[in-house]
Design a protein around this ligand. Structure first.
Ligand code: GDP
Ligand code: MG
Length: 177
């Protein structure tokens, strides 16, 4: 374990949200931070939020980078991955391609971070749209087992409790390293 990568008290834990455009990254981040749902959020906007909360009875500070654009053509992508300590990989249960992208993103993380055990969680969003579902819960669970990370199926729109859990668990995962 490298000390340089170990976040110390008072230093923000850097979290990067990745996933295909339209899966609900911005909606989920905004929901986590404000408990509100924004229906239309500028899809080209990339923003870093600062957040402070209490996790496991301790003050937890994080910076959350909500990325935008296609994974393939983001010039900044490598910079984002180098910057980040924990990664929230998101797909939508209504978009099969976004599910298939998760493995590609994970491989990219491994390549840039040169580590097999990059801190990450997987979120399957939009599960309120059950009638439009093209990815089953089982498939999501199987994928996260394969990639050895936590898995949360949720809806940013409904504002499920496990949105907070997903961010907090990722924070813990980074701090454990
Ligand atoms: P991003 O490109 O990944 O940042 O995705 P956005 O957050 O901009 O969301 C893309 C679209 O999906 C918007 O029209 C949102 O209103 C919609 N959306 C996001 N999350 C949910 C959800 O949980 N349920 C439903 N029904 N729509 C969602
Ligand atoms: Mg967005």
């Amino acid at each position: 374990m490298s000390r340089a990568n170990t976040p110390s008290k008072g230093v923000d834990t850097k979290i990067v949200v990745l996933g295909r455009p339209g899966v609900g990254k911005s909606a989920t981040v905004v929901r986590f931070l404000t408990r509100r749902f924004i229906w239309e959020y500028d899809p080209t906007l990339e923003f870093t939020y600062r957040h402070q909360t209490i996790i496991d009875d301790e003050t937890a500070s994080m910076e959350i980078l909500d990325t935008a654009g296609h994974q393939e053509d983001t010039i900044n992508r490598e910079g984002h991955v180098r910057w980040g300590e924990g990664f929230l990989l998101m797909y939508s249960v209504t978009d099969r391609k976004s599910y298939e992208d998760i493995i590609t993103i994970k491989n990219y993380l491994d390549e840039i971070k040169k580590a097999r055990n990059v801190s990450m969680v997987i979120i399957a969003n939009k599960c309120d749209l059950d009638h439009m579902r093209t990815v089953s819960t089982d498939e999501g669970e199987r994928l996260s087992q394969e990639l050895a990370c936590a898995f949360y199926e949720l809806s940013a729109c409904r504002g499920d409790d496990n949105i907070e859990e997903a961010f907090h668990e990722l924070f813990r995962e980074v701090r454990r390293r």
